[in-house]
Design a protein around this ligand. Structure first.
Ligand code: 2HA
Ligand code: ZN
Length: 279
């Protein structure tokens, strides 16, 4: 129960439900084994205040990567070490609503993490990516990280050059070039959970909304939960097709040509990232 007079029950908030659904769906398709994956969702103050008193701070957590650009911003985030499988049945323990303080050096926990938990270990990658995506698109709201199975598999069987990886994904399903005309960014293998991988992920996010961590997973950015989930889902589907056809005895008999990809881009009014299509 929300203990603040006159406030609506937090578990009725639409953004809590979106987090419950998204985590459950991602676990269901096998992208978030154990505590794998994390989500952060930028909230407007007016979305939060019907449910909680912004002056009622439960705990304050300092961090060592100042994010002045996010000062006074609210987020709902998944918890460190928490299992996506369990969010739906126990959101108050597995999720938290946080606000960055006005110097960008700490976060106030306003709701959730009820067992004393804290935000995702990938908070640097999330916060720094939010900053970069907001510079690109003022409607940006969501960062999702998960261990999308076939994307992960493809980082073993396909070269890690961003252009050739992007082209292969575009060639696997007709709609890919329309959904991610900016292609994918790919980091070198790095230790997760660090400020450094966060900085490198955010750098890539200035050019693309999908960033692959080889042998680990993927980051996606978007304006809504559906759109961001759908973005990762589309890349993952393409990677699945790649994996299926790569292991097919008969080999590939025909492809979507570069000219066809260019025609698609034109028909749907998107501009494919340069240096990939040869037309
Ligand atoms: O444990 O996915 O990258 C959560 C993760 C870390
Ligand atoms: Zn991960």
């Amino acid at each position: 129960m929300n203990k603040t007079m006159g406030k609506q029950e937090m578990l009725t908030a639409p953004f809590v439900h979106e987090m419950m659904e998204a985590t459950y769906n991602m676990w269901g398709v096998g992208w978030d084994e154990r505590n794998g994956g994390n989500i952060s969702y930028l909230l407007k103050e007016e979305e939060v205040t019907p449910y909680l008193d912004p002056h009622h701070v439960l705990r304050t957590l300092e961090f060592d990567f100042p994010v002045q650009a996010l000062a006074n911003h609210y987020f709902i985030v998944t918890g460190s070490g928490k299992y996506f499988k369990n969010v739906k049945s126990n959101p108050e323990e597995n999720l938290g609503v946080i606000r960055v303080n006005n110097t960008g050096t700490a976060i106030d926990v306003l709701w959730g993490f009820s067992d004393g938990g804290k935000p995702t270990s990938e908070l640097p990658a999330h916060f720094l990516s939010h900053i970069v995506r907001l510079e690109q698109d003022e409607n940006h709201r969501i960062i999702i990280h998960n261990h999308a199975t076939n994307i992960l598999a493809m980082t073993f069987t396909h070269g890690l050059n961003e252009k050739s990886f992007t082209k292969t994904l575009w060639q696997m399903c007709t709609e890919c070039i329309v959904v991610f005309p900016d292609g994918v960014g790919i980091l070198p293998w790095m230790v997760p959970g660090t400020n450094l991988i966060g900085e490198k992920t955010a750098e890539k996010m200035s050019k693309t909304r999908l960033v692959i961590w080889p042998h680990h997973g993927i980051f996606g950015a978007g304006t809504t939960m559906d759109e961001t989930f759908g973005l990762i889902e589309t890349a993952e589907k393409a990677a699945q097709i790649y994996t299926i056809i790569s292991s097919h005895q008969g080999g590939v008999k025909q492809v979507i040509t570069d000219q066809q990809l260019a025609d698609l881009a034109e028909a749907f009014g998107v501009i494919p990232v340069e240096g990939i299509l040869e037309v």
